[in-house]
Design a protein around this ligand. Sequence first.
Ligand SMILES: *Cc1c(COP(=O)(O)O)cnc(C)c1O
Length: 360
Amino acid sequence: MERIFNFSAGPATLPLEVLELARDELVNWRGCGMSVMEMSHRGKEYMSIQAEAEADLRELMGIPANYKVLFLQGGASSQFAMVPMNLLRGKASADYLNTGEWSKKAIKEAKKYGQVNVVASSEDKNFSYAPTQDAWTLDSNAAYVHYTSNETIGGVEIFWTPKTGDVPLVADMSSHILSRPIDVAKYGLIYFGAQKNVGPAGLTIVIVRDDLLGQTVKGTPTMFDYTIHVDNDSMYNTPPTYAIYIAGLVFKMLKAKGGLAAMEIANRAKAQLLYDALDASSFFASPVARENRSLMNIPFTLKDAALDDEFLKAAKARGMVQLKGHRSVGGMRASIYNAMPITGVQTLVDLMKDFEKQHG
Ligand SMILES: *Cc1c(COP(=O)(O)O)cnc(C)c1O
């Protein structure tokens, strides 16, 4: 069977060459007589897989030596709690930017552990933009500043790095990690679930500056303490071994393709193809402010929402699935992560043109 174009926001499409390599290695990894899934996480074969995945991620992202890389579970959603538990460090409050559904969840969870100061919000315009920093009210006594650099549901991406002085900057990069270069040194902590742009669900990666560690709030469960995972090389308990292995294959492939600068060029070309089609159309429209248009998640609406189902059916007939928008935004959403080929975006744009001719 042909592969289809899967525009899902996550779990999302993976690079075909990675899936094929994993298939070839599935039952017998490099002559060791077993699958990666069957390996002891303390054996030398698996330990080499995890060490190589970390080394490749460090190289890809240019992660400085004073940052730890943790391979965890529990999704980005667990980080909504782990961040305040570990980073409040005796301070009363933390600053949060509110740009959409994921920001709201992070804020709600953080309120269980301390005071949350919302520095700015775009809820007034249904989260269709991100407030620029001149509109933020930062607190210099805050333990950290948290923001969602790409809102997966609203399709709102922040392309600049907030300036927070001595207050550590924390980012949920779940849905645009590895899509373009990031200056890690400007952050105190970066976290992301793997299932958008990295690998299978079940793996969550945290990159944290080492001076922020060691002051976890009293009563924090062992598994929620970053220090425990740092001290045990992410092997305090059984890590999600197979997901880490696949992520490692993705990192290798990205390196071979020219790294994140090359991904940014490819991702900009893909996104532009779709945004140009939206701008040229009087039938389809993007609800997102131009300067915040995500390169990864592109929501768009049809002039007549009654035609949504017909559009989805027509897409399916041309081998495209998972284009239905999130209920909070409506319409469509095309998630075009690293692994979505430009031919997938072109196929979507061709359909949009034909559909508009027919119904516009
Ligand atoms: C998907 C997503 C999450 C939630 O991830 P889980 O792994 O399901 O917990 C959080 N933040 C952002 C920005 C996301 O895209």
